[in-house]
Design a protein around this ligand. Structure first.
Ligand code: NAG
Ligand code: NAG
Length: 377
C-alpha cells in the first residue's frame, strides 16, 4: 500500500454473496460503469466510493450484471465488496484496456456460488449461461496476486485480447462435477504468466485458445479437473495459431488429462508450435500425455473430416507418475496434417504397477533418455 507503488487497482476483499439465479438472459445485462459512479481515471484520486457504489447497484439488480472498468488507472484503497446484502447471483467484473499501464488486483475472494446453475446444467434443462467471474479484455500490464476464485458459474478467469498479464499465488476452486468451470482461459493474448497457483475445477485447469503466444505456466497444482489444454482449436477455417507455450513444474492429481492438445476434426489454417511440457508429475491421471486431433463430440459438424491444425515442435521432458488408464501416451494426429517434431525425453509413466502403453497415429518425432512406455514415434 506504499504510496510510491504503481498499483492502480487495489481490491482488498471482493466477496460476492449470491442467493438465487435470475432467469433473464445475459444479452440484456445491465452494465455499471464505475466512471458513471464518479470514478476518475489517472490513478491519483481514490475511487473506492465509486467502485462501491457501482458494486451496490450491481448487487441490487435483478438480472446478471457487469461492473465495467474502462481504460485508465484507478486507485482503490481498502475497498470491501459484497457482504450479505448483495442479492445478485451473477456479477462479472470486466476490466478493459488499461493500455500501457499496470493494473493490479491483490488478494480478495470472488465467490460466485454457482451451485444452483450447475445443478440446472447437469440436469440437461435449458439454463442461463452464467457469468465469468473475472474477465480482462484488450488490456495490457495486468497483475493479479493472491486472488481466490470459488465456484464460478462458468470460467473463473478469462484473459482475452491481452498482453502482459501476470497471475500469481492464486487459488481457484470448484467441484469436479461443476460444468464449464475452467480455471483460467486464455485466448488472443500474449505474454501471459501463471505461477504458484492451485487450480481444481470441473473443467480445464487452464485452457489456451486461438491466437495465444509466449505463455509461461509454472509451479501449479492441478486437480480435480481436465488438466491443462491447448484447445480446443481449429473450429474456424481462419484461425490464429498458438505458439511458444511453456508448462513446467506442475502436479496433476486425479485429473482427466495431464497435458493435452485438442483440435476439432475440421478444416482450419490454425497451428500449434514450440511448446515445452517439462517437470510434470501425474498422479492417477487418465490421459497424462495426449494430442487429440479428432475431436468431434457426438460426431456433429465434423463426422468425417480431418483437422487442418498443424502441430509441430512439442517437447515432453521429465514427466513421471501414474496413469489411470493403460494408454498413458497418446498422439492421435491429423491424417491431413501429421504432427512433426514431437520429442520425448525422460518420461516414466506406469499403469497400476504394470507397463503402460503408447499409441501414435500420424505423429513423427524422436525419443531420448528413459521413455516408458516405449515411444511409438
Ligand atoms: C517465449 O515466451 C517467453 C515468455 O513466456 C519469452 O520470454 C520468450 O522470449 C519467448 N520466446 C520467443 C522466441 O519469442
Ligand atoms: C520409473 O518409475 C517407476 C515407478 O515410479 C520406478 O520404479 C522406476 O525405477 C522408474 N524407472 C526409471 C528408469 O526411472
Amino acid at each position: 500500500m506504499a504510496a510510491k507503488t504503481n498499483i492502480q487497482i487495489f481490491i482488498l476483499i471482493i466477496t460476492i454473496q449470491l442467493f438465487y439465479y435470475p432467469s433473464s438472459s445475459l444479452a440484456a445485462n445491465p452494465t455499471y460503469n464505475v466512471q458513471s459512479f464518479g470514478a476518475k481515471s489517472g490513478g491519483s484520486s481514490d475511487c473506492t466510493k465509486a467502485f462501491l457504489s457501482a458494486w451496490g447497484a450491481a448487487c441490487a439488480a435483478t438480472s446478471p450484471a457487469t461492473i465495467y472498468v474502462p481504460p485508465g488507472r484507478y486507485l482503490l484503497r481498502n475497498a470491501y465488496f459484497g457482504g450479505k446484502l448483495c442479492k445478485n447471483s451473477a456479477i462479472t467484473i470486466r476490466i478493459d484496456g488499461t493500455l500501457g499501464r499496470r493494473s493490479s488486483i491483490f488478494g480478495g475472494t470472488l465467490d460466485a456460488q454457482g451451485t444452483k446453475l450447475w445443478a440446472c446444467k447437469n440436469s440437461g434443462k435449458s439454463c442461463p449461461k452464467g457469468a465469468t467471474s473475472l474477465a480482462f479484455y484488450n488490456s495490457e500490464n495486468i497483475e493479479i496476486n493472491g486472488l481466490a476464485s470459488l465456484n464460478s458459474q462458468k470460467f473463473h478467469i478469462l484473459v482475452d485480447g491481452c498482453k502482459s498479464v501476470k497471475m500469481i499465488n492464486m487459488k481457484i476452486s470448484a467441484p469436479a462435477n461443476s460444468p464449464n468451470t475452467d480455471g483460467i482461459h486464455i485466448q488472443q493474448s500474449s505474454e501471459v504468466t501463471v505461477m504458484n497457483t492451485h487450480i481444481g475445477t470441473g473443467d480445464d485447469c487452464i485452457s489456451v485458445g486461438p491466437g495465444s503466444s509466449n505463455l509461461w505456466i509454472e509451479n501449479l497444482a492441478c486437480g480435480p479437473g481436465h488438466g491443462i489444454s491447448i484447445g480446443s482449436l481449429g473450429w474456424d477455417l481462419e484461425e490464429a495459431g498458438v505458439q511458444n507455450v511453456t508448462v513446467k513444474t506442475v502436479t496433476f492429481t486425479g485429473t482427466e488429462n495431464g497435458v493435452r492438445v485438442k483440435t476439432w476434426a475440421r478444416p482450419s489454417n490454425g497451428f500449434v508450435k514450440n511448446v515445452l511440457f517439462q517437470h510434470l508429475v501425474v498422479v492417477n491421471v487418465e490421459n497424462p500425455i495426449i494430442i487429440d486431433q479428432n475431436y468431434c463430440p457426438d460426431h456433429q459438424n465434423c463426422p468425417t473430416q480431418g483437422s487442418g491444425v498443424k502441430i509441430s515442435d512439442v517437447a515432453y521432458e521429465d514427466i513421471h507418475g501414474t496413469s489411470a488408464t493403460q494408454v498413458a501416451v497418446k498422439f492421435d494426429c491429423s491424417k491431413k496434417n501429421p504432427c512433426s517434431g514431437i520429442t520425448l525425453d525422460g518420461v516414466n509413466l506406469s499403469y497400476r504397477d504394470k507397463a503402460a502403453t503408447a499409441s501414435c497415429a500420424n505423429a513423427a518425432g524422436s525419443a531420448a533418455g528413459v521413455v516408458r512406455p516405449t515411444s511409438c514415434l
